[in-house]
Design a protein around this ligand. Sequence first.
Ligand code: B1M
Length: 211
Amino acid sequence: MRSELDNLYDNIIDGEMAQAPIDVQTALDTSIPAGEILNTCMIPAMQEVGQLFEDGEFFVPEMLIAARAMQAGLTILKPHLVASGVDPVGKVVIGTVQGDMHDIGKNLVTMMMEGAGFEVIDLGVDVSPQAFIESVNENQPQVVAMSALLTTTMPKMKVTIDAFREAGVLDSVKVLVGGAPVTAEFAESIGADGYAPDAGQAASLAKSFLA
Ligand code: B1M
């Protein structure tokens, strides 16, 4: 990571919600590309937060305020990550699965999908299988995207896919899954149509489903 991004890195970890957006703007003003700011600084800062939590140096409140600083920084980055003025190429229903409150990765996937020209219906976090089904029936998307950050909530992806099958909507959508603990093997084992390791690849994969 370039030294110009040191302050942003530290301020995300320290949960400095007012300062993080200023640091992002400063980095953009010095012509550091948005993708580089995100991938070399902001995402690694959240990984460090996770490490500090694992090491017992951070607790849930510290994780929470770091997440808020991250989200505040992302609002500045968003227009630079997302191309605008593109006609919708298709619809995606997205959500973090039931029992899971993590939404930063999902929000990034939403941004990149919007940047790829999708209309994205974001159901938020803790989304039940029934809520996904209702949204599919209402919005008729081509793609359903599910995020999970906890090993304990990953199985909800299978529960949701099984519920889609029972409700007769599985054949009408492609199901895309992702999130830190999710793997391609897991995705295949639960009958998902695809897995992406990051937000950019999630958007590319969703586009490939339309072809
Ligand atoms: Co939580 N948390 N957390 N947490 N948290 C993790 C996930 C953890 C790994 C930390 C750790 O121990 N190292 C750990 C999970 C361990 C496990 O399951 N094995 C953990 C835990 C244990 C918990 C609690 C249980 C803690 C507790 O209460 N004791 C609790 C659970 C609450 C719940 O959900 N029911 C909890 C709570 C929280 C906060 C609410 C405080 C906060 C979330 C706030 C928020 O999201 N608004 C939080 C945070 C911030 C984290 C860490 C530190 C950071 C997550 C993050 O935003 N990363 C996280 C540690 C870590 O990830 N290393 C941790 C940045 C983000 C950009 O990455 O979401 O992975 P990520 O997204 C990536 C890819 O995964 C991918 O794209 C993104 C990159 O482009 N991706 C997709 C994501 N979704 C995708 C979907 C796709 C495709 C790609 O297709 C659909």
